[in-house]
Design a binder for this molecule. Sequence first.
Ligand SMILES: *Cc1c(COP(=O)(O)O)cnc(C)c1O
Length: 362
Amino acid sequence: MSGRIYNFSAGPAVLPESVLKEVQQDLMNWKGCGMSVMEMSHRGKEYDSIIKNAEATLVRLLNVPDTHKVLFLQGGATLQFAMSIMNLMTDEDECDYIVAGNWGLKAYEEAVKIGKKANLVCSSEADGFTYIPEPKLTNAKFLHYTSNNTIFGTCYNELPEFKNKIVICDMSSDFLSRPVDVSKFGLIYAGAQKNAGPAGVTIVIVKKDLCGLPHTSKLPTIMKYSTHIKKDSMHNTPPAFAIYVCGLVFNWVEKEIGGLDKMYTFVKKKAKMIYDAIDNSDGFYKSPVTNVSQRSMMNIPFVLSSKELDAKFIEEAAKKGMKSLKGYRSVGGIRASVYNSHPVEGVKALVDFMAEFKKNNS
Ligand SMILES: *Cc1c(COP(=O)(O)O)cnc(C)c1O
């Protein structure tokens, strides 16, 4: 579509063009009901069908079992750092934290702050989070980890199994990029704005029998998963428009991509194009990730031989319509975020530019 850039932003991030067009087409008058989704009561029959369809499509995509419930909440993934353990853990329970990036560290720090028994069972912080460390697990009942480290570009390409633990996983930056066995998790959470829709809604998939335990009776009503489960995410006004767009993205994954196996193939193909460009550059481009098997399929950081060259790369790429390639504030370099809906044409444009830039600057 004319005037649109190739958007490599880490979040909020690119959305499928067909979804944006559908939003545009229905913006003034959703399916002939005479108003936009932003204007309708969340208690009306129109909106009821929108949120129910979004939930049902996600349940189909991820094969969410009856033991688990999908929730659409607010407060971002950041609120889930606290909300998850306030609901699931009693004061006696302990949780092991695997820290392989800023977000995992924040989750751990939040647990400490609110007085939960949190064990830092490994951290790669001293090595600049360039890999995911092996944990020395305790016999804590719970375990928290981040499946994809958005800032540093590492991920579990095979999701790990933790026997006899209730696993809490932050999937904010690789949600819906591959099939996941939801039954193995006590709780999955993901801010929508990386892979599933616009900012403003957080998707939570929680095992129902872990919610509503006696210790949660003291929590504020809105902080209890049991409240939201009982009310099908409609305890109060939900982020209605954001949920609507998420529903369209779920449809896109199901109908246009063909489900999560196909999505994973698509995602791996795009990432491989960029990693090949890095690996075949005779060291002109370098990946900071030290464990190659942990390279992220979603966020791909790389550096050139100097900060000046990094800056020149980012500037020239932007002139060619490839935007938001700057690495995270504290990391520098370049980071290409190529989430689910990033088009293969954008990746092709980037690798072509990488070859051309190398030729002109080596
Ligand atoms: C972006 C991100 C967050 C923070 O999400 P918010 O919705 O802004 O709170 C947390 N965890 C991971 C892995 C992220 O990528």
